[in-house]
Ligand binder design. Structure first.
Ligand SMILES: CC(=O)N[C@@H](CC(=O)O)C(=O)O
Ligand SMILES: [Zn+2]
Length: 315
């Protein structure tokens, strides 16, 4: 009989909670400003420091996603390393500042963990966005958060992919965790959505506290949805969208989409079916911010991720 070896991971002491990576996603903006004002007592735990931080203050001030370019795509090593000219986009300059304070990305000095708070107009509920399917610590934390929120759903969305992955703000941390909660229109605050986000962060911090204190976590599995493709809207002349998300698909994030199921509805009333040849799980269905990215929804496949048993490694 063989047992999977225990993952021994250094303590997670430098933690940040980012809001306003997108300035019009208001749950994270509001929570982070609140925690900054009340002295961050709600996010402090013995054995760690959690810093609430507004990632894109200029976009927050204007209540828009970004000023020059999407901050949550700006953390490519080439961007972070390049010498800045006067005319560099605001978000590229901001990415370098953030990388200096919380990174540098990929170095031992980097923050241990960043929660990056986002909202979506899609009906995704509570979602944890992961970048790495083999990070035992983060998977164990997701498993803990999912259990703590049950019977409410909390999905895990995995953006690990050879070319669909994007260079997120949180990717400068050793353990990046995106927190995506919807549906909420951008520029709007909803108490139910904010509360879900708040509970995820609190449970996540509880987990980190227990881990740092020496608790051993047994091996676990986490059901995840791995990104496989992006689907654009049908487009006509001048690149105009010629069909809308079909009512059968609208609000049905995470529900199985079978070959031949309706995905779009044209202005003439014609239904456009899904042309793939396997069942997929759509998400980010009709996300407002993705029209400009030519993305009507994302398709995912379900996958069971395995985490080894976990214990803190003390030098
Ligand atoms: C609607 C939205 O902004 N979603 C995020 C997802 C993430 O943080 O990974 C983004 O596209 O950056
Ligand atoms: Zn966002």
């Amino acid at each position: 009989m063989s047992s999977s070896p225990l993952a021994q991971v250094p303590p997670v002491r430098k933690v940040a909670v980012f809001g306003g990576t997108h300035g019009n996603e208001l749950s994270g903006v509001h929570l982070v400003k609140h925690w900054q004002q009340e002295g961050a007592t709600e996010v402090q735990r013995p054995g760690l420091v959690a810093k609430p931080f507004v990632a894109n203050p200029r976009a927050v001030e204007k209540c828009c996603r970004y000023v020059d370019c999407d901050l949550n795509r700006a953390f490519e090593p080439v961007n972070l390393g390049k010498a800045l000219v006067e005319s560099a986009p605001y978000e590229v300059r901001r990415a370098q500042e953030i990388n200096r304070e919380f990174g540098p990305k990929g170095t031992p000095e980097a923050y241990d963990l960043i929660f990056d708070l986002h909202n979506t107009t899609a009906n995704m509920g509570a979602t944890l966005v992961l970048e790495n399917s083999r990070d035992d610590f983060t998977l164990q934390m997701c498993s803990y958060i999912k259990e703590a929120l049950a019977p409410e759903d909390c999905r895990v969305f995995l953006i690990e992919h050879p070319h669909l992955k994007y260079a997120t703000t949180r990717s400068i941390a050793k353990h990046p965790v995106g927190v995506e909660v919807g549906p909420q229109p951008h520029g709007v605050l909803r108490a139910d959505i904010l509360e879900k986000m708040r509970r995820i962060v609190r449970h996540g911090l509880d987990f980190i506290e227990m881990f740092n204190a020496g608790k051993t976590f047994p091996p676990c599995t986490v059901e995840a949805y791995r990104i496989v493709d992006r689907m654009d809207y049908p487009r006509g002349k001048n690149d105009e969208i010629t069909a809308l998300i079909h009512p059968n698909l609208q609000d049905n994030d995470w529900q199985p989409l079978h070959p031949g199921d309706p995905i779009f509805l044209t202005m003439e009333g014609e239904t456009i079916p899904y042309a793939g040849d396997t069942t997929v799980y759509p998400t980010f269905v009709n996300e407002a911010a993705y029209y400009e990215k030519r993305q009507a929804f994302v398709t995912t496949v379900k996958e069971t991720l395995r985490a080894r048993g976990l214990r803190v490694f003390q030098k």
